[in-house]
Ligand binder design. Structure first.
Ligand code: NCD
Ligand code: ZN
Length: 346
């Protein structure tokens, strides 16, 4: 008889669902492995207001097939112009979970992001007053900053001073990718949490750059060294409530990835749970998987855990070669590769 794993239904605390036609392809995939998802606001144009976030949520829900249940938790995209009134409105809206900070130029659709974080301090104070979390893309963007050092430099130069100055601000350092980030989160209190993606747990930068350049393994923050991956595995499998699942599944159509200037983003939604299970099993920590996927995130955000469950079976299967159709075709991360665990139901 094959092994099964039954965990409380996971939530994805960092997800890109895109918009328009793509929603019909992408929403059912994520609703298949998680109940709630924190939906990123980096659309074109970005989702900067409560009204825009609610309208986006409606479009997401309209793409949900009958019979599936899914609760998108929306985020606002912080700009230099974000004001206290919008923060108050966001904190009063149950469908909005936080505000996302992209340093301008850090990643996909971050051109309208923040250029002067220091000047936004009154807004961070207001967020702390209202208990509204700040979700951070933690990379500096200056030309002198080496791409592999951008997260560590952000922590030293921006994040640490910020959390020291603004007491009581709840912060999620998203998609952490290096040892310094793990150490920084470990050194703080429970107001600082971090999401970890499957790709940063499963691969180091060799997987992107040896034997040919692999655009589907390219995301931001970029994959780092093996020692960084080992630190991330230790954090994810520790059971520590500050570390939780956020896939950062970030689809781009095939042509945008397989290009002479390919977009950053790894479309991992079809395989995310399978890969997390594999990583935890290899670390001898399958008993900690549920904490990471299903308990730590709700605890950080002050929400209840999901009541229902998800079952994975140890059953070899292959990741799909593509999903979607027409001009909306996406190549999943690990396309065609064999995986050990398969999500089989509730
Ligand atoms: C994300 C995207 O494509 O929207 N890309 C990525 O490489 N992770 C943006 C982001 O989260 O940085
Ligand atoms: Zn992201």
């Amino acid at each position: 008889m094959s092994e099964t794993l039954r965990i409380k239904r996971p939530d994805d605390w960092h997800l890109h669902l895109r918009d328009g036609e793509a929603l019909k392809t992408l929403v059912p995939i994520s609703a298949g492995y998680c109940q709630r998802a924190v939906v990123m606001p980096n659309l074109v144009p970005p989702v900067t207001t409560v009204a825009a976030a609610k309208a986006y949520r409606d479009r997401v829900m309209a793409a949900l097939p009958d019979g599936q249940s899914f609760n998108p938790l929306m985020t606002l995209y912080m700009t230099q112009e974000t004001d206290a009134a919008e923060v108050r409105a966001a904190s009063a809206c149950d469908e909005i979970i936080g505000i996302k900070l992209y340093p301008a130029g850090a990643t996909t659709n971050s051109a309208s992001g923040v250029t002067d974080i220091r000047r936004l301090e009154p807004i961070f104070e207001t967020m702390a007053d209202y208990g509204l979390p700040l979700l951070v893309h933690g990379e500096v963007t200056t030309d002198d900053a080496d791409i592999f050092d951008r997260e560590a430099r952000f922590i030293d130069e921006i994040l640490e001073p910020l959390v020291n100055r603004v007491a009581n601000l709840k912060v999620v350092l998203e998609h952490i990718s290096c040892r310094n980030a793990v150490e920084f989160v470990n050194s703080r209190d429970k107001l600082l949490g971090a999401t970890i993606t499957p790709q940063h747990l499963y691969m180091n930068r060799n997987a992107m750059l040896t034997g040919g350049i692999r655009p589907h393994n390219y995301c931001l923050p970029v994959l780092k060294r093996e020692e960084d991956r080992q630190a991330l595995i230790a954090a994810a499998t520790s059971g520590d409530q500050r570390f939780f699942m956020g896939t950062d599944s970030a689809p781009h159509v095939r042509e945008a990835k397989e290009s002479d200037c390919g977009c950053a983003g790894t479309f991992n939604a079809p395989v995310a749970l399978a890969v997390y299970a594999e990583v935890f099993e290899d670390a001898g920590a399958l008993d900690k998987l549920e904490a990471f996927t299903s308990s730590n995130g709700p605890r950080f955000y002050g929400l209840p855990e999901n009541a229902d469950h998800l079952t994975l079976k140890k059953n070899s299967w292959r990741a799909p070669a593509k999903v979607g159709s027409g001009n909306q075709q996406f190549v999943p991360w690990l396309a065609g590769e064999s995986l050990r665990w398969q999500v089989t139901g509730t």
